[in-house]
Design a protein around this ligand. Structure first.
Ligand SMILES: NC(=O)c1ccc[n+]([C@@H]2O[C@H](COP(=O)([O-])OP(=O)(O)OC[C@H]3O[C@@H](n4cnc5c(N)ncnc54)[C@H](O)[C@@H]3O)[C@@H](O)[C@H]2O)c1
Length: 256
């Protein structure tokens, strides 16, 4: 799909990987709506990015807010052509901690409701709007790019909830692509390795350097720009559909 004059929604769009994608899509001619719960960052990003970027304060776990915001974007810019689902959280906890306490079930449910159910809700609402687009010359109406994680495959100690949520994203990629294929909508998932984003802000430089060594080559953390580049490639290349791509420089995560 050619991005010129198109509209994109990016969840988690005001920070890290989502914001990298939002900026790249905008730089290639798209108008971008950033759905996020972080109001301060959202307003700052909107101001910095200019007229073709809008912040919508949306919690992806709130079905009414999601439906209203998707409808508002479609109304504002006359449709939605690209969706990048990058909103997510990654808290860690052991199933049984050293002090004997058990994994907090509410925390498990929260991770699943944001990373998996919230993502699905945005997908279904946006797909409903994409279905009304005029198809382009290639018969395409929309492209959806989800963000999973390599934790879907090699989850570490403490990542039961996070890995379950991202495994769900991996698992639903093909069936959603099959559902939406007849409408001319493609669905892909990126499974990033360790990326240098605000998610890792709390990590000391020594830890970041040690994490970099897990990669086969290059032995460093990935960047939001490299993630955005892959999003752009997926949007442009029509043969990419129903698949999960690891973006991890060959990393296979150890248990901890
Ligand atoms: N950084 C990494 O190493 C890495 C690796 C693999 C996968 N990922 C995934 O990439 C995605 C983006 O992560 P990031 O590293 O850019 O982190 P980030 O914290 O910089 O960005 C995540 C954004 O999601 C938003 N968000 C959280 N809960 C939300 C909700 N309920 N509704 C709407 N927005 C919400 C946050 O406010 C934040 O702006 C996440 O899904 C994460 O799991 C990150």
């Amino acid at each position: 799909m050619d991005l010129n004059g198109k509209t994109a929604i990016v969840t988690g769009g005001v920070s890290g990987l989502g914001n990298g994608a939002a900026r790249r899509l905008m730089a290639h001619g798209a108008r971008v709506a950033m759905f996020d719960v972080n109001r301060d960052k959202g307003l700052a990003a909107e101001q910095e990015m200019g007229d073709n970027a809008r912040f919508f304060e949306v919690d992806v776990t709130d079905p009414e807010a999601v439906a209203a915001a998707v409808a508002a974007v479609a109304e504002l810019w006359g449709g939605v052509h690209v969706l990048v689902n990058a909103a997510g959280i990654a808290p860690a906890m052991r199933v049984v901690s050293r002090d004997g306490s058990l994994f907090d079930l509410d925390l498990f449910k929260t991770v699943i409701s944001i990373n998996l159910i919230g993502m699905f809700d945005v997908i279904r609402n946006v797909a409903g709007v994409m279905a009304r687009n005029e198809p382009d010359d290639g018969g395409e109406r929309g492209v959806i790019v989800n963000v999973a994680s390599i934790a879907a495959f090699d989850g570490q100690i403490g990542q039961a909830a996070y890995s379950a949520s991202k495994g769900g994203v991996v698992g639903m990629t093909l069936p959603i692509a099959r559902d939406l294929g007849p409408l001319g909508i493609r669905v892909m998932t990126i499974a990033p390795g360790i990326m240098d984003t605000p998610l890792l802000d709390a990590a000391p430089p020594e830890l970041k350097e040690a994490l970099g060594k897990i990669q086969v080559f290059p032995q460093r953390l990935g960047t939001a720009e490299e993630f955005a580049h892959l999003v752009h490639t997926i949007v442009e290349n029509q043969m990419l559909n129903g698949e999960v791509i690891r973006l991890d420089a060959g990393a296979r995560m150890p248990p901890k």
